[in-house]
Design a protein around this ligand. Structure first.
Ligand code: URA
Length: 241
């Protein structure tokens, strides 16, 4: 039977709770080994959400950034954080800035169609961008801006811990893989990349905004999508994650 401590002073109660005195002073042994296996997945996803929240706050506290100063909303991520498939775009546009969600404009509609063609949707992928605030006039983020957000992007990938990472367009490709490669050469090839504790199979493909301007290139994007579909079955990824 647990003896409840009675407090007259509310401050004493606060500090008592803070250091978990109940566990320190009661006469029951602490079972450090018994793991709640059934709930371990929940603990993991709870941790994931907590870590994503911490990351979000860190990004929101960035100072002296022109992107942040001019943006309406931060665009952090969308989709299923427990998915094994993560997609990285370049940066928010006007619609994304307004709604605070990635890929909700015209390029986003095309991305949804591309995903649908390989039986995926936003419930079984997770989406983010290289930069989390809209570059003014939809310009490309500069090298300095990309480098400012890259540690956050790496952390984001590490937290999601995807098995497959899809990089859409040259900004995402160059940020994650390196500046010396060009998208038309790198697309449609798997590379294994260690990002913190994450170790995803990475593939790059054309950005949907580019495909809207150059629809004749869609045939290559389709090849890349089929490779992703194949990898999903090779890695036995469950899509109802
Ligand atoms: N283009 C991107 O790269 N990301 C978005 O979120 C929207 C458009």
């Amino acid at each position: 039977m647990k003896n409840k401590t009675v407090f007259k002073n509310p401050k004493a109660k606060f500090y008592h709770k803070l250091i978990n005195n109940e566990a320190v002073y009661n006469d029951m042994s602490i079972n450090r080994y018994k793991k709640d296996v059934a709930n371990s997945v929940n603990y993991q996803s709870k941790d994931k959400l907590k870590n994503l929240d911490i990351l979000k706050k860190k990004i929101n506290s960035i100072k002296k950034c022109e992107l942040k100063k001019n943006a309406t909303n931060m665009v952090f991520g969308d989709g299923n954080p427990s998915s094994s498939i993560m997609i990285i775009g370049e940066g928010p546009g006007a619609n994304e800035d307004k709604e605070g969600k990635p890929f909700v404009g015209r390029a986003g509609k095309l991305l949804d169609k591309m995903l649908e063609s390989i039986k995926l949707n936003r419930k079984n992928v997770y989406i983010s961008n290289v930069v989390n605030f809209r570059p003014p006039m939809n310009r490309k983020p500069s090298e300095v801006e990309i480098n400012r957000y890259l540690p956050f992007l790496n952390k984001h990938i590490e937290i999601i811990n995807p098995k497959i990472l899809l990089l859409l367009g040259s900004t995402a490709l160059n940020a994650i893989i390196g500046n010396e490669i060009i998208i038309s050469k790198a697309r449609g090839k798997w590379v294994n990349k260690k990002i913190g504790n994450a170790n995803p199979e990475v593939i790059s493909s054309f950005h949907p905004a580019f495909l809207m301007r150059q629809p004749d290139q869609k045939k290559y994007a389709w090849e890349d999508l089929k490779m992703i579909r194949k990898k999903i079955s090779q890695l036995k990824i469950k899509l109802n994650d």
